[in-house]
Every structure is written in C-alpha cells, then in structure tokens.
Ligand binder design. Structure first.
Ligand SMILES: Cc1ncc(COP(=O)(O)O)c(C=O)c1O
Length: 407
C-alpha cells in the first residue's frame, strides 16, 4: 500500500512534538513536554452554562452542520473583542477555524506549492513546521534574537533568493512569547518586519495564541494592528490558550481575498467548526468577565513561571553551561545546554529518570537542526512536579555526561 502514498506522505513522519508526547504514557513521568494550559484555570462554569443554554435554545441547530465561515454571533463577538487590541475589521476579514493548527494549515494550503519558500525564525513552532512540511516547504530561516526576528538577516536572504528568481511566499512569526523560545518581538522589530513585508510584497503571518498571557513588560501592538488592516498581515488566533484547547475553536483574520479562499479550503477539508463549541466561545466573549479571567490566568502562570525559574537557578547555577530564556508571557521556557549534549539522546535518558521535555530539534526544519536545546512547559505541572522534575533534569544531565565520558 505504501508505494501508493504521495511522495510527501511517504517521507512525512508526523508531528514531532506529538510523537514525543507519545512516549510519555507512564503516569510516573513528570512531563514538561506538552503545551498544555492548566486545567486549574479553565472556566468550567461558563462552558457548562453556555453549552446547556445552546442546547436548550435550539438543540437541533446546535447539533447540525453549521455555516463554513463560522457563526455570525461569534464573528461579531470576535470583531468587538479585537477592537480592544486596536484591530478593526469587517466580517469579510474573518473566518472561524477549528483551532490555531487548522488556521496555520489553511495558510500553507493556500500559498505553498512544493519547494516554495517560507521565511521563519529559528527555532519556531513545531506544529507549523509539521503543517508546512506537508506542502513540502523550503525555508529562509534565521536565528531569533533576544528582541525577536533577525529582520536584517531575513532581508539579506530574501534578496539572495530573489536574485535566484525565487520569491518567498510568506513570513511566519509568533511575535508574543514565541513557542518555543518564549521570546517577544520588540516594537522596533514589529515595525521593521511589517515594512519588510510591505516592501517585498510578501505577506506576514502573525500567529498569536498567547497575546493575552503577558506577565510582565509593556503591552505591544500586534503587527496586524500596526498594518491597520491594509492587507499585508494574516492573523492566526485560537481560543485554546485563553479558554481551553478541547473546544478546538480559533479564527483567522486577513484581507477578504485570502479569507474567501480560506472558506473554500475549509469547506473542502473539515467543512465546519462545531456550532456548540462556537456558542461556548461567543458566551465566553460576550457574557463572561474575560478581563477577570485573564487576570486570574496571568497571576497563576506568573507564579508557576517564577517557581520554575527559581528551580532552574537552584539546580543549574552559573558555570553548569545550562541557560534559559526569561519570557514575559506564554507557556514555555527555552533551555540551552552545552553543545556536547544532544537533547534527543537526553530525552530518552530522561524518560528512564521519569522526566520529559521537548527536544529542541523538532522546532527546527530538517536542514537547520540544532541539537542542544529543549523546550519546557511551566504552565501545566504542579509546583511539586516542577521542583522534583527540575531536580531529575539535573540528575539526567549529570548521568548523560558520565555516560559520554565512559563511551
Ligand atoms: C504558536 C502556536 N500556534 C498555534 C498553536 C496551535 O493551537 P491550537 O491548539 O489551537 O491548534 C499552538 C499550540 O501550541 C502554538 O503554540
């Protein structure tokens, strides 16, 4: 049968982070690997009440197929919600997606032919890479800097590519508390990246799952808002991290000709997003005190982040060669270990010690792999798990070093 698969699918080995998570079945393992928001802050009350209301009001409608672009009530609620972020859009600028991953996939399907180029940061979100790999993408990829994308470096590479007659199809970035690095793009870089996108006529895809989860530092405008809805930016959003991921609801925003095509693609791949789940999201935006909810989430995650940072400082004092980012928000820390350590090898050793993380290499495209980084999630594990898990991590690194020495 395999010989009949498409070439891309014959080579495609799946979503690497997902595969990594597949190894973590043992409940005794302390996992820092998933990208999970904490169950402790899911607003169960609004989910329960709005689901009941939706079924009570018109259960048949709630359980039927629904409109491909999404429920009008949710679209309107999102338009109002985005105004607070200085984004002012019309209904033709938005489509409801079945989560952020779907939103990213739509972008790839719309723009990419095999071996088309995308401009990305290194590292970047592994889920986006998996999706783009299905379109057989090539990359212009530059190391992310402390204040976000290496815009000048990207520009130089784009120039080289243009000289060879190849124009990249889009730029993909996660400006706020990037998954996996936790890095936030500065205002200067946002402005410069948008200018680059405009100058070269290359659309910018701004993936924004974490914008509400800022724990420190000044709020920065989204690149979409800086563009003033002029059509250079496509925004990818999801309710996964601000409400809960189980509903699988998100939205893409962008120029009407792009949204129109998203609707056609969605109609051909997943058809629609469950109305019941959309109704829950509408109620969340319209009826819930979302500001109080976000405050609660920020406070909760800030404590977890600080606790994780303290555990790292305690276990990896200066001189151990282990370094980490200090994110202003989001759910992840990015840890760099000495180059002599391969974190995929370390991952298997870590499983023996019952602790897990995401080996950083899955956040790089195949040709750009780095092997001495890891992503850890601080939002989901409990304080006790963080304390014990970081201790185990230290032990694993020591064990790895001894093993290497003896080999
Ligand atoms: C940067 C980024 N984009 C998109 C997604 C996918 O979101 P969803 O769970 O809504 O599919 C994630 C999830 O972790 C993410 O970190």
């Amino acid at each position: 049968m395999k010989s009949l698969f498409t070439k891309i699918m014959r080579d495609f080995e799946g979503y690497s982070i997902g595969k990594t998570l597949g190894y973590i079945r043992d409940p005794g393992i302390i996992s820092f690997a998933g990208g999970l928001p904490s169950n402790d802050i899911f607003p169960l009350d609004i989910v329960q009440n709005s689901a009941t209301k939706s079924l009570k009001d018109d259960w048949a409608k709630s359980l039927q197929y629904s409109d491909i672009p999404g429920e009008v009530e949710l679209i309107e609620a999102i338009r109002d919600y985005l105004k607070k972020d200085d984004i002012h859009i019309q209904p033709e600028n938005i489509m409801i997606t079945t989560s952020g991953q779907h939103g990213i996939d739509l972008v790839g399907r719309l723009f990419l032919e095999p071996q088309d180029t995308i401009v990305i940061d290194l590292p970047t979100f592994g889920g986006a890479l998996a999706s783009f790999e299905m379109q057989d993408a090539d990359y212009i990829a530059k190391d992310i800097e402390e204040d976000g994308s290496d815009v000048k470096g990207m520009e130089a590479e784009i120039d080289k590519s243009l000289k060879k007659g190849k124009k990249p199809k889009f730029i993909y970035v996660v400006p706020d508390f990037q998954n996996p690095s936790g890095i936030t793009m500065s205002l200067e870089k946002r402005v410069a990246l948008l200018a680059m996108s405009k100058d070269y006529g290359i659309p910018l895809v701004e993936d924004s799952p974490y914008r509400e989860l800022r724990y420190k530092g000044a709020h920065l405008p989204s690149i979409y808002s800086l563009d003033k809805n002029q059509g250079n930016v496509i925004g990818v959003y999801t309710f996964s991290k601000i409400l809960c991921p189980g509903l699988r609801v998100g939205f893409n925003i962008g120029p009407p000709e792009v949204v129109e095509k998203f609707i056609y693609i969605k109609g051909a791949n997943i058809l629609n997003t469950p109305k019941l789940n959309q109704d829950i999201c509408t109620a969340f935006l319209r009826e819930y005190d979302i500001e109080a909810h976000f405050q609660k989430a920020r406070k909760y995650y800030t404590e977890k982040l600080n606790f994780f940072l303290e555990a790292l400082e305690e276990n990896f004092p200066q001189g151990t060669g282990v370094e980490w980012t200090n994110p202003e928000g989001g759910l992840f820390l990015w840890i760099t270990v000495p180059e002599s350590i391969n974190t995929l090898e370390l991952f298997y050793l870590a499983l023996e010690e019952k602790v897990a993380f995401v080996p950083g290499e899955v956040c790089y495209p195949q040709d750009f792999r780095r092997y001495n980084t890891m992503r850890v999630n601080f939002s989901y594990p409990t304080r006790d798990e963080i304390k014990e898990g970081v201790k185990r991590l230290k032990k694993v690194i020591q064990k790895y070093r001894v093993k290497k020495k003896n080999n």
